[in-house]
Design a protein around this ligand. Structure first.
Ligand code: FRU
Length: 468
């Protein structure tokens, strides 16, 4: 089950990505980790670094559970101006901001590193925020240049609010405001993010985005608005975007301090319904592909789009390319390929005269995963009911569905398959699906199926992906 192009811990359990920060030529990825077992527990921060977000090097555990306090989710920043005083002259510290979890309460804490994230010291004055709550967690901190201070966003998980605090030095914090509820409230809220974003093609326009996850239900949801350094105000009250229509994109966090200003994020690819039961060993839990987030003005409003980072193209092998083919020609070409392990498929198809169109991934031994666009009902559905092992959970075998509007009859898809996952980006990334699948045997063959018409395949590209 070990994927080729997705991050997995070398051993044992992982959940949320934490502390995503770029510093001195390295992207850091910390993550919720049990160093002692393949199920959740003893939460600590695992650690890996990468120069390209594709190839990762494992490093020792960065922050370990201590004195009955677990290291829950959080973030990391480069304290460029040494506002915290935790760095040394000429050497800005990396500062991690995390939730300390005990039976009694959840508090916000900091730790710092002066050696490029290799070793960490917990701040002796911890916690830096303690409000006496058991449901206050997952700090994400950004530098807010206009007010020259740090802003922390956390969740008040059970009452469905995000909370803002401000600080000049990462140590002394002042409560600024709360925002919420909005969107889905049918699960606890976790892992908020907050960041400014340009609108594509509109230089100078900046809006603010809040992301928060709803546990076990819709996962990540995004709201677009304005933030004045104290209060968040939605642009279109009531308009909330669901980030992913699969069920295995959770606890996404965006990188702090990216060198080129891209807004990059990745998520934990699992779901608390079955995170402790998924059939892999000696590791359990993995990350989604890193994605770039884009905000585009559409007829429906300012909408987030996701596209897998361009760096992933480095893993591509020899390409199959078809233009203006029909389904039979395409299937003949696809059948000529070796069974694939990890691969990327890009497909654009004219469905103006077709009722239903599917991309079928055959995993052998009667196992299959099917993505179907139903033109009449305007939906895209990912069926993993027969995708392989699903007996570890009652809710795993399911069909996940998104509303989908075709533009001039064209369906645009990018699909990434790996040993135990499928990620789909439809209509330039307006719609995404991220789903685990556990076929026995990691070889896939791909075919196309059309019903009620004979669609034109405008373009089909397929690349096997090499191990990262
Ligand atoms: C989200 C989460 C966070 C928490 C962490 C604990 O998956 O529940 O809210 O900090 O996992 O591992």
């Amino acid at each position: 089950m070990r994927p080729l192009v997705h991050f997995t811990p070398a051993r044992n359990f992982m959940n949320d990505p934490n502390g995503l920060v770029y510093h001195a030529g390295e992207y850091h990825l910390f993550y919720q980790h049990n160093p002692f077992g393949e199920v959740w527990g003893h939460m600590s921060w695992g650690h890996a670094v990468s120069r390209d977000l594709v190839h990762w090097e494992h490093l020792p555990v960065a922050l370990a559970e201590e004195d009955g306090i677990m290291m829950f989710s959080g973030c990391a920043v480069v304290d460029q101006e040494n506002t915290s005083g935790l760095g040394a002259p000429g050497n800005p510290p990396l500062v991690a901001i995390y939730t300390g979890h005990s039976e009694r309460e959840q508090t916000q804490n900091i730790a710092y590193s002066r050696d490029l994230g290799r070793t960490w010291t917990k701040y002796p004055g911890n916690p830096v925020i303690a409000i006496g709550s058991r449901e206050h967690r997952d700090p994400k901190v950004i530098w807010h240049a206009p007010t020259r201070r740090w802003i922390m966003v956390t969740v008040l998980a059970d009452i469905h609010k995000v909370r803002f605090d401000g600080s000049a030095d990462l140590i002394h914090w002042e409560h600024l405001s709360d925002f919420g509820p909005f969107g889905a409230e049918d699960g606890v809220w976790e892992c908020p993010d907050l960041f400014p974003m340009p609108i594509e093609g509109e230089p100078g326009e900046v809006v603010w985005v809040i992301k928060v996850d709803v546990c076990r239900t819709v996962g990540a949801q995004v709201i677009v608005g304005d933030f004045d350094g104290r209060v968040f105000t939605p642009r279109a009250p009531g308009q909330v975007w669901r980030v992913d229509y699969g069920v295995d994109f959770y606890a996404a966090q965006s990188w702090s301090n990216t060198p080129d200003g891209r807004r990059l994020w990745l998520a934990w690819m699992s779901n608390w319904h079955y995170a402790n039961q998924t059939p892999s060993s000696p590791w359990r839990g993995l990350c989604s592909l890193p994605r770039e987030l884009i905000l585009r003005r559409t007829s429906a409003g300012l909408r987030p789009f996701q596209r897998p980072i361009v760096e992933l193209e480095r893993t591509r092998g020899a390409q199959l390319r078809l233009h203006l083919a029909d389904v039979d020609e395409s299937n003949a070409a696809l059948a000529g390929l070796q069974p694939l392990s990890a691969c990327e498929v890009a497909l654009s198809v004219d469905l103006r005269s077709t009722r239903r169109f599917s991309v079928k991934v055959d995993h052998g031994a009667g196992q299959e995963t099917i993505l179907t666009c139903d033109v009449q009902s305007g939906t895209l559905a990912l069926d993993r009911t027969r995708s392989g092992d699903s007996g570890f959970s009652d809710v795993f075998a399911a069909v996940h569905t998104a509303p989908l509007a075709l533009e001039q009859g064209a369906l645009d898809l990018r699909i990434f398959l790996d040993a135990c996952s499928i990620e789909v980006f439809a209509q330039q990334g307006a719609i995404a699906f991220t789903d685990l699948i556990f076929p026995r045997g990691a070889e896939h063959t791909i075919s196309l199926v059309a019903e009620g018409g004979d669609p034109t395949i405008l373009a089909l590209d397929l690349w096997p992906l090499g191990p990262a």
